[in-house]
Design a protein around this ligand. Structure first.
Ligand code: HEM
Length: 326
């Protein structure tokens, strides 16, 4: 029971944290350069799009805070073997929060969550978001997702190797946020401009898709390099990938990643060029391309979520390397 709720809590926390990071990175590096300062007046549905996005951002932040608290309590029950009620009443949850690296990471992340809430309030109140504000919000969101590295296996590797593992893990998490988290605002925007139709909407869809695609390529490259490094540190050998439960689960994650990459490649190599070619005259082909990109965003998001559920489990299993005792 404990491991199922632990895996589910970790997966929910990863998913909500990845979405909040994806939204802020999308707003700063994908949407704003295309829509410019006056974001709510660029196409008829713009204001409605931004308020729906804000709703999803608030929900993701709330879910990440609640699931973060649950994660901390489950770790305390895991360490002490006591019940949830006991770890709260006997102070062991408080000791975990105030006396451990895990607890200190959680405290720092609570501060980041509060600052992100302030950024969301400002986003809601002000139609014009200056570049500096966007970048500060994106930096806070990047810190919020990247700091999860200190709660994973990366936080347990000693010495210089540990520093390198933590850095790789933080980059891995930020890339997951930029790509998988960014799919949520991308799909929402494509839905909104698809309804607006017309050359303006299709032009925005083209420009946003091209920018997101470039961000996606950088994120995929970072995920592969940091993921291979993580694998080398934690599994250490090809045999470790098949001999142990951890390795086999990682292989399943990589299989899902392969399917996700194929869908993303189809978007990049087929649908995006079709949209770019047809966008000039907002023809039916361009609307069709927007609709197919929108559908594929959903497929990618579902595959990304499945990967995060696997990661929820990976972090609860001892990696193969430790089994060898090397
Ligand atoms: C869409 C693609 C991917 C996503 C969303 C993703 C997401 C994640 C997340 C959220 C973590 C947790 C980090 C932590 O607990 O600190 C993680 C860990 C990891 N990822 Fe990925 N990842 C992806 C692709 C990859 C790839 C391509 C590889 C290998 C080449 C890989 C290998 C690993 C390893 C070895 C870990 C360490 C798990 C642990 O801490 O035990 N990942 N990944």
């Amino acid at each position: 029971m404990l491991s199922f709720s632990f895996i589910a809590t970790r997966a929910v926390h990863f998913a909500s944290t990845v979405v909040i990071a994806g939204i802020f990175i999308f707003l700063a590096f994908v949407e704003a350069p295309v829509l410019g300062e006056n974001r709510d007046h660029t196409w008829p549905g713009a204001a409605a799009f931004h308020s729906r996005l804000l709703g999803i951002a608030w929900l993701s932040l709330a879910v990440s805070i609640v699931s973060g608290a649950a994660w901390l309590l489950l770790v305390a029950t895991n360490i002490t073997g006591s019940s949830l009620a006991q770890v709260i009443s006997d102070g062991s949850a408080q000791t975990l929060l105030t006396r451990t690296q895990f607890g200190h990471t959680w405290q720092a992340r609570v501060v980041l969550a509060v600052l992100l809430a302030a950024a969301l309030l400002r986003f809601n109140r002000k139609a014009e978001w200056r570049p500096a504000e966007r970048f500060v919000a994106a930096a806070l969101a990047t810190g919020f997702v990247g700091s999860l590295a200190w709660s994973g296996h990366g936080g347990a590797t000693p010495g210089l190797r540990g520093e390198a593992h933590l850095t790789a893990d933080a980059l891995h998490l930020i890339a997951a946020g930029a790509w998988i988290g960014g799919l949520v605002p991308l799909r929402l925007l494509l839905s909104s401009v698809a309804q607006a139709a017309g050359p303006l909407g299709v032009g925005i869809a083209r420009d946003v898709t091209l920018r997101f695609s470039t961000l996606g390529i950088a994120a995929v490259a970072t995920l592969i390099v940091s993921g291979l490094f993580n694998t080398w540190i934690l599994v250490g050998s090809v045999s470790g990938l098949v001999e142990f439960q951890y390795g086999r689960l990682l292989l399943m994650k990589l299989a899902l990643f392969g399917v996700l990459l194929a869908v993303a490649a189809f978007n990049r190599l087929r649908l995006t060029p079709r949209l770019v070619a047809a966008a000039a005259n907002a023809s039916h082909a361009s609307i069709d391309a927007v609709r197919r990109l929108k559908r594929n965003c959903l497929v990618e998001t579902a595959l990304g979520l499945a990967i995060l559920i696997m990661v929820g489990a990976l972090g609860t299993i001892s990696p193969g390397m430790h089994m060898h005792g090397s």
